[in-house]
Ligand binder design. Structure first.
Ligand SMILES: [Fe+2]
Ligand SMILES: [Fe+2]
Length: 251
């Protein structure tokens, strides 16, 4: 682990303007915020799509609630970017190549191709349960104060989204049976774990050094799997095995 140069919430826009941080800091920050913002935006689009593809209308009020909250999360992060002169369109453009990588397959699939309740459940596990860890562990302790403050707001709602995913998982096992849920997990679990991103990259090294993240992607992915394994075991199912290296696939 590299030595952390800046403390929790130590930096704000005025420190950036005054040039009190390493010049590379802002570039790394903008890339991280752009990835966070577009992940929130795609998640919102996924919930929007779910309103059309999920037949059971008793789930719609909760889908609508999540949709509104994900939109707000996206807006919060784009606002942090705008404060330092990066427009939403520029941020999104800078993500075009990254969006095609395996780490963005989960939010893209949710926004573009997901169909029905099982995909909704899996996307919620793959995006909300993972987001809770990334935001709660990494961004809340960010050296960049506006990102850490946005994380405080997002976290409360993400905790509820995670409960929603948990509820849906129990319901799916009950209604569809363990076999079909395990089958869906075979498709979705690799996407969920890949969402944390590749381990040990130069970009993450920079994030750790600048205090924009506090854990490596691998560590968070392992935490997620441990948490999900426990949840699955309570419901009497075993998670499908994954290949060991990023990008993971079902083994
Ligand atoms: Fe969110
Ligand atoms: Fe969420």
């Amino acid at each position: 682990m590299p030595r952390r140069l800046y403390g929790v919430r130590e930096i704000g826009p005025s420190e950036l303007r005054a040039g009190r941080v390493e010049p590379h800091y802002q570039k790394v920050l903008v890339r991280l915020l752009s990835a966070h913002a577009i992940a929130e935006k795609l998640t919102a689009l996924g919930y929007q799509r779910a309103l059309d593809t999920v037949a059971d209308s008793s789930l719609h009020p909760l889908i609508r609630k999540n949709l509104a909250e994900e939109r707000r999360h996206a807006r919060l992060i784009y606002k942090v970017l705008e404060e330092i002169g990066v427009a939403e369109s520029a941020a999104d453009r800078s993500m075009m190549r990254v969006l095609k990588s395996p780490s963005f397959e989960a939010p893209r699939y949710f926004a573009e191709r997901a169909e029905g309740e099982t995909d909704l459940l899996m996307a919620s596990l793959a995006l909300d349960a993972t987001g809770l860890l990334m935001i709660g562990i990494n961004y809340r302790d960010s050296s960049y104060a506006p990102h850490a403050r946005a994380a405080d707001i997002i976290l409360e709602e993400e905790a509820e989204h995670d409960e929603f995913a948990s509820m849906l998982l129990g319901r799916a096992v009950e209604r569809l049976g363990a076999e079909r849920v395990i089958d869906a997990l075979r498709r979705w679990l690799p996407r969920a774990v890949n969402f944390f991103g590749p381990p040990g990259t130069g970009f993450t090294y920079d994030c750790l050094r600048y205090g924009l993240k506090s854990r490596d992607n691998q560590e968070l992915a392992d935490l997620f799997l441990t948490m999900l394994e426990r949840r699955a075991r309570q419901l009497g199912i075993t998670l499908p095995a994954l290949t060991p290296d990023y990008p993971h696939t079902a083994a």
